[in-house]
Every structure is written in structure tokens, then in C-alpha cells.
Design a protein around this ligand. Sequence first.
Ligand code: PHE
Length: 345
Amino acid sequence: MKEDLLKSLKSLTDDLDGSVQKVQTEAGLSELKATYLGKKGRLTEVLKGLGKLSSEDRPAVGAKANEIKNIIEGRLRSALESLQRQSIAKELAQDTFDISLPGRTEVVGNVHPISQIFAEARHIFEGLGFATCSGPEIEDDYHNFEALNIPADHPARDLQDTFYLKDGRWLLRTHTSTVQIHIMENQGAPVRMIAPGAVYRCDSDVTHTPMFHQIEGLWVDDRTTFGDLKGVLTLFIQQMFGDGTKVRFRPSFFPFTEPSAELDMSCHICAWKNPSCPVCKGTGWLEILGCGMVDPAVFQCVGYDPEKITGFAFGMGLERMAMIKFGINDLRLFFENDLRFLQQF
Ligand code: PHE
């Protein structure tokens, strides 16, 4: 009885070797495993005979059965591994690489110079307590002109400058000063805000595009003075263009500020050293923004009391600042989306 069992056990491994060699697939191997080691497999069949053995014989045959089980498992495992190795080798042999092909490079974008200038300006103004606001690009006549004390016969209303929408009631804002009105209509003093955004004018040459960007600024409180205006804007220019930058305030006119000024900064390209400097044209000064004390007529329009409230406003062109800061001589480059240009910043 014992001998018979040991023989059957041995025949299991002999048979297995023959079957394994014939199997070519992983599924075939799983089937073999079930045939030999499964619940109804051949090993289980043999083990059924264990019960009939004497208690002396049983441990030795049991141990042998375990050994055989381990051997079968080991062989099936190595057969599986060799099948997997073969299939990888086959795949590699079929897959041919053209090592002369250029690699796929990652294209890394960069921030547009106008956005860079805006981020820097915003950082400076937010450090001074200005909130960043926005307003609509399609406006009515009231917010773009009337509330800003721009009378009906003012040249800024000329059809040549302003894009009117078909019905004549709406227009594309010609400046960001419109946001001053929106903000003051909706909140009381104090106000300390900047408003960046696109503005539109019928104009196109080396220094003008029909769409460009401005940053508006407004500071309104009960005791704001022209000294505050000078302090804030001087600090802004020096943080933006360098500590040594000089500024001068030149009297000017805007219907919505009184008094009004234009701010010029010293030309950092030539610093008064080059009489034929292409950037400042030899004057040593660059016009950079318009500003002034908010006209009482504007306060009246938005329901503020001009006897109790004062403030200053300013507006600057982002493209102009970017041109000065980066030394760019053609405004249109900003909008052509030529990567050779954009990747320089
Ligand atoms: N809105 C003016 C312009 O577009 C600039 C400006 C803003 C001037 C605020 C004074 C005060 O030219």
C-alpha cells in the first residue's frame, strides 16, 4: 500500500515534466496546475489513499507528498517565468526603434511681457493698500464720457477715436477711467483701487494699436492731497524702474482731474547722455502716465460730496511701460504672437 502510494507520487512529477514541455501558453500552464494540484487534481486523488495507511507509514508518505507538491509548484513557476521571458524577448525583437528620430521636447511657455508688467505693478500697488478691481469693456456714453466730465464736443468723442457699437448706445471703452465711476457709484469713500484692462481706440501705427491695456488708479479719502499723488506715483515708478529713476510732473489737462499732470520719468536707456537716444529722442525724459486730483464735477456725478472728499486718479499704458522696461521699439510686436519675440522675456 505504502509503496503504491509512493510510486503514484513519483509518477506525478514524471508525467508533469512531459506535459510542461508541450504547453506554450500561460493559460495552458494554469490548466496543468489545476490538473495536478487542484481540488479534484491528481495529487488530491493520491492523498485520498493516505487514510488507508498504517499510522507508522503515514508520516513518511505525507512528507513525500508535500515534497512532491513543492516540486510541482516550483516547476510550474519556472515554466511560467520562462514563457514570460520568451514573450518579452519576442516583443523586443519585433519592436524596432529609429534612434535617429529627434526626441519629443517639452515646450515650456512663458508669461507674456504685458502680463509680467501688470503682475509687477499690481504687486507694488497692493503693497500700498490698493485693491484690484475691474469693469466692463463695453460701456455706455455716460460712464466713458459724461460722468468723467467730458463734454459732448470734446475731441475724445470724435468718431475717429471711439469704436461705437451698431446701435450707437454702446461703445468700446476708450480708457479705464470708466472703472472709477463704477466703483464710486457702488461704494462710499474711502476708495483705494487699481483697475487693469483692455481699452480700444481707432488708431494703428508703430506706437498705437486699436486695442491696448491700461491700469487705472484711484485714491479717495477725506484729506487726500497732491502730495499723496506725488508720493505714491514716485514710489511706484522707482520700484518699477529702479531707485535712481527721476520723475517730473508736467502740468496737463484731463476733463476729469483738476489740476492735472503728466508724469515723465528719466530715460534709463541714455540717462541724458545721448542727444540722439531713440527712446527719449534726446530729451532725457519719457512720458509715462496721466494723473491729477479728481474733479469735483466727477464726485458730484457719483453722489460724493466734493466739499468733504478729495482724491487723485492716474492712468497708464501697460504696453508703453513694457516697451520702456524691456527696450522694445514696435508696439505691434506684443500682439503678433511670434515666439521668437515672446521667448525673450
Ligand atoms: N484716462 C486717461 C487717458 O486714457 C488717463 C488718466 C487717468 C488721466 C486718470 C488722469 C487721471 O489718457
